[in-house]
Design a protein around this ligand. Structure first.
Ligand code: DP6
Length: 345
């Protein structure tokens, strides 16, 4: 018998960031976080369990990945969690494809592990609730739990029963905002998010950040619910800088030497961040945030989208005529879902 399913899941962009873990193995975060699912940054994953296959196999963009690689081990370890639940030990063949570049500050592990969780559980015939799927996705990659519900989501760090999963704050159609993601470089970041989380506590400012977050979470959640763009944008931009301040002040000992902190942004990122501040003083209401990578996410309301894109294109060619950034426009989107679901003998 062979069991197969395909799922599609969005990456998500955090307005209040997950940075730091209480439990590394269980991926329990030190704080709640708030995000939106992205319409144009998705992963499509097919998982097939097959009695005739001797080894688990992972194909990324149709190319097989070495079985011992760090990424494939993480994927198959995640599948094991669901194989154990289902009591099915057949080997898995996994095909996965992203519609966007990886490792540049767009949460590919979020869409990847959300799609993997939904496809695997469906292929194995597990009937998991949205909450169960979110908790399961979290074990693969923390931020993946926020790619399960639709639209604007909050990841509850720990509920009354010590469960940790994401819930919907508002559906995608609640608010017509746009996220213009500017990929300024496709060079893979030097320090993964997973490594960055474990360093956060070393920052002398980490405790102060944690103390400020309950108020920030309330402000961002209410601003989303009330569609208060100014409050939302300001708090989101302040939060991005708070998160990067922690990363930049967490010392790191790498194989190549000691670093005083992780700088995820590049000169081009900073140029855009400064431009955003100028555009605002010229009357264009746009805010930025960045995750653990150099891509800059610009947030505006739909009516201002064309103006924002024009402004980015103007900056792109200003200091270097040959400079080419990738610009992706995202809207709030639904969470992970099955696109085909077949089990056959
Ligand atoms: C900066 O979810 O990638 O994007 O749980 O180790 O897989 P792991 O980390 P990951 O961390 C994401 C960090 C962030 C902020 C966020 O998305 O909230």
């Amino acid at each position: 018998m062979s069991l197969k399913a395909t799922a599609k899941a969005p990456a998500n962009l955090a307005f209040v960031k997950y940075w730091g873990k209480k439990d590394v193995d269980l991926r329990l975060p030190t704080n709640n976080s708030i995000s939106v699912n992205l319409s144009n940054a998705t992963t499509i994953t097919t998982v097939e369990f097959d009695t005739t296959t001797k080894d688990d196999q992972l194909f990324v963009d149709s190319k097989i990945l070495e079985s011992g690689s760090e990424f494939s081990s993480r994927v198959f370890h995640h599948i094991d969690r669901m194989r154990n639940m289902a009591g099915i030990m057949q080997k898995a063949i996994v095909h996965t494809h992203n519609t966007f570049p990886t490792g540049v500050g767009i949460a590919s592990s979020a869409s990847g592990f959300a799609a993997l969780t939904v496809a695997t559980s469906s292929a194995l015939g597990l009937t998991l609730s949205e909450k169960d799927l979110s908790e399961m996705a979290r074990l693969g990659s923390g931020s993946a739990c926020r790619s399960i519900p639709n639209g604007f989501c909050e990841w509850i760090a720990s509920d009354a029963k010590n469960h940790s999963y994401a819930i919907q704050i508002a559906p995608p159609e609640h608010w017509d905002i746009c996220i213009v993601t500017v990929v300024v470089s496709k060079q893979i970041k030097q320090l993964s998010s997973t490594s960055g989380h474990s360093l956060a506590v070393a920052s002398p400012f980490f405790k102060t950040r944690l103390e400020s977050l309950p108020k920030r979470l309330d402000t961002v959640r209410s601003a989303i619910l009330n569609r208060d763009f100014k409050t939302f944008g300001r708090e989101t931009e302040l939060e991005a800088i708070s998160f990067h301040s922690i990363a930049m002040t967490s010392p790191i000992q790498t194989d190549h030497g000691w670093m005083s902190g992780a700088y995820y942004w590049l000169p081009d990122s900073l140029e855009l961040m400064l431009a955003v501040q100028q555009w605002r003083s010229d009357g264009l209401e746009v805010y930025f945030t960045l995750d653990a990578g150099p891509s800059v996410h610009l947030i505006c309301i739909n009516n201002d989208l064309d103006q924002v894109i024009n402004a980015v294109e103007e900056i792109e060619g200003r200091s270097r005529k040959d400079r080419k950034w990738d610009i992706m426009v995202n809207k709030p989107a639904q969470g992970a879902y099955i696109i085909t679901d077949q089990a056959y003998d």
